[in-house]
Design a protein around this ligand. Structure first.
Ligand code: ZN
Length: 271
């Protein structure tokens, strides 16, 4: 047993609360970074010539109202928001509560994965997958956008992790990526041919290709079924509430169903 595995089992078997706490702290830090990605990536994609330069690192985190650049202690995940009571320390403008929720959700999910995953390799895989899927879901939910900057690395990481770990045969992962892309691509053209409307976006094909690379081609039918059914139920409920048909992002449903299937096949409850 390697020293990483020894540490993993020592923490999980004998100091579970400490293991959960450390995972939650890591989750909150990752969640803080995801908040930046979710806020800035859509702006970077829609960036027009002449507008100020924008990247994930620059300009540094600041108040959108008074441009005050945050001190280090105003940048501590979760804690700073609570200490500042959700307001800028200089001009008292409200800091969006969604940033707090992204940090809290990531912390809780990282903690849950620490309890469920049976080995350090699978825990690391779970954290990577959950981080990407959370960012993709929220960007798609708010902007109807699944950026290539996230779907493509997710696909390559899925292939790489399966090539290294051997949990899923590499050939199954490659077929999963191809089949995931093709089945939604075919559905898109079928739907377009029959109704003249676009029911899906190219980002959806790429996300399902990435999930195919992570989970193998065998799970694609159940993944699409869970995503489709939850999309119909929740989207239908939203349309009923709004009183009209609104465009529905499919990315969050694909992501949730991919995460459920990953947890189902990888957690020690199943193994
Ligand atoms: Zn301010």
């Amino acid at each position: 047993m390697s020293s990483t595995e020894q540490l993993f089992f020592l923490l999980r078997e004998e100091h579970l609360w400490l293991f959960c706490l450390l995972s939650a702290v890591l989750g909150a830090i990752v969640g803080s970074f995801l908040g930046v990605v979710i806020e800035r990536l859509p702006l970077m994609i829609n960036h027009r010539q002449g507008e100020p330069e924008l990247s994930l690192a620059f300009p540094r985190s600041h108040c959108s109202q008074c441009q005050h650049v945050l001190y280090w202690w105003e940048n501590v995940p979760i804690v700073s928001w609570l200490v500042l009571r959700g307001r800028c320390s200089q001009c008292q403008t409200a800091i969006p509560v969604r940033l707090l929720w992204i940090e809290v959700t990531t912390a809780l999910l990282f903690c849950l994965m620490a309890i469920l995953m049976p080995s350090p390799e699978r825990l690391l895989s779970a954290w990577i997958l959950i981080g990407f899927l959370l960012a993709l879901s929220l960007i798609d939910w708010w902007h109807m956008l699944l950026p290539d900057a996230l779907t493509q690395p997710l696909l390559w990481l899925g292939l790489l992790i399966n090539a290294c770990s051997g949990v899923i045969k590499l050939s199954d992962a490659v077929y999963g990526a191809v089949a995931g892309y093709l089945c939604l691509w075919l559905l898109y053209w079928l739907f377009r041919g029959l109704t003249g409307k676009e029911g899906l976006g190219y980002g959806d094909f790429k996300l399902l290709a990435a999930l195919g690379a992570w989970l193998g081609w065998q799970v694609l039918p159940s993944l699409c079924l869970i995503a489709g059914l939850s999309g119909i139920v929740i989207g239908g409920w939203q349309a009923w509430r709004a009183g009209k048909q609104t465009p529905l992002p499919f990315g969050p449903y694909l992501s949730i169903s991919g995460a459920i299937i990953f947890i189902f096949y990888n957690s020690h409850i199943y193994l």
